[in-house]
Design a protein around this ligand. Structure first.
Ligand code: F1P
Length: 358
């Protein structure tokens, strides 16, 4: 199979994976009601892309599920998390369900008296077997080392779960958000079926520039994931900042050797974000905005279009698609194979699992 074909296929398969997930989560009300009743806090843990999906989960749980939530890389959770008096659910995210730190974080959670909910793409995995609750993400097999459709499914899974818990708790806005989430598979299809040739042209135009990604709110972890995709597939460095933090230092880096990829679905802070992007362009930075505010953004930069109905809340499981394509084409343009990046393995297993001294 040609280099990159697995990754490309898996990116394109994600609307179907998301649809399968939506169908299978149609009956999560009972689990959600149980969580709503029994737990006050949620701790998301994972590694790499799965950790970033957990960061998305933190934001949606705080916003819609009416639970106080936090996210940590599994290794940091093992090192620094302490028991709490409040009823806590640990939510462990992992494509493989076998990553050493994530499995150990789940075991430690249970020792500390938390219960564990696992979201994985492998029902037979250690994590799925050891957790009190397991929600499969139904992404289908992923051959590429890098996560694409599994990331989108993890994100969509935590969005659906947050909304369903919110409905059980009668949290403001949860009901209508759950209905809007129905549209995600179709919006993802529309977005990915967009102008692939344009993305390839943008890659050629911006190859070998320094890469900076910007995002805000629930789209900040998506910007982290987009940058990680570029790093993993193309072996280049890529930084990520919260939108308006960019003026507080990083702006000094901007010149015509810098591309700024901005994740800007319409949202409450769009006007402020567009002002910043304009300033970056005035300093000769090359702006590429993933946005549905195309008319405004095209005054100073290039755009990758999002469907008009995608707002900042629905965006995380939709807008990542074209950025995955960008990273994949970038890698191929450099003559690399995004399916099997150097130095990376699909599952990180530590030879001697690190156990905290407690
Ligand atoms: C986590 C992960 C992946 C990454 C790489 C190594 O895996 O960090 O995000 O792509 O292949 O492992 P998992 O716990 O989600 O299986």
């Amino acid at each position: 199979m040609a280099a990159g074909q697995n990754t490309l296929n898996e990116i394109r398969e994600q609307p179907a994976s998301l649809r399968r997930l939506a169908e299978s989560y149609a009956d999560i009300e009972e689990l959600s009601r149980g969580i709503a009743k029994r737990f006050e806090e949620a701790s998301f843990v994972g590694c790499g892309s799965s950790y970033y999906a957990g960061m998305v989960g933190e934001i949606f749980f705080n916003r819609f599920a009416g639970m106080s939530a936090s996210a940590l890389p599994a290794s940091e959770f093992i090192a620094y998390q302490r028991p709490t008096a409040r009823a806590r659910l640990a939510i462990a995210l992992s494509r493989s369900g076998e990553t050493t730190e994530t499995v150990e974080a789940a075991r430690l959670s249970r020792k500390m008296g938390f219960e564990v909910l696992a979201l994985t793409n492998n029902e037979k995995s250690t994590l799925a077997q050891e957790a009190e609750y397991h929600l499969p993400i139904h992404a289908g097999p992923e051959k590429s080392v890098v996560m694409t459709k599994t990331f989108s499914c993890l994100v969509y899974g935590v969005q659906l779960l947050a909304a369903a818990i919110g409905v059980a708790k009668e949290t403001k806005g949860a009901d209508s958000f759950l209905r809007v989430l129905d549209g995600v598979p179709e919006l993802s299809r529309e977005t990915i079926a967009g102008d692939a040739e344009k993305i390839q042209r943008l890659v050629k135009k911006h190859l070998n520039l320094r890469a900076i990604y910007l995002g805000s709110g629930a789209n900040f972890p998506v910007a982290l994931e987009a940058a990680l995709k570029l790093r993993e597939t193309s072996c280049v460095s890529a930084e990520t900042f919260h939108f308006l933090e960019f003026r507080h230092g990083p702006m000094a880096e901007v010149d015509d050797n810098v591309m700024v990829i901005a994740l800007e679905p319409k949202g409450d802070s769009s006007r402020k974000h567009l002002e910043l992007l304009k300033e970056i362009a005035e300093k000769k930075g090359r702006v590429v905005a993933v946005t549905n505010l195309c008319e405004e953004a095209e005054e100073f930069g290039e755009t990758i279009a999002l469907p008009s109905s995608v707002d900042e809340w629905i965006s995380p499981s939709v807008a990542i698609g074209p950025l995955q394509l960008f990273a994949c084409y970038y890698s191929m343009a450099l003559g690399l194979n995004p399916d099997r990046p150097r130095h990376l393995t699909k599952v990180v297993r530590l030879r001697e699992p690190w156990k905290p001294q407690r």
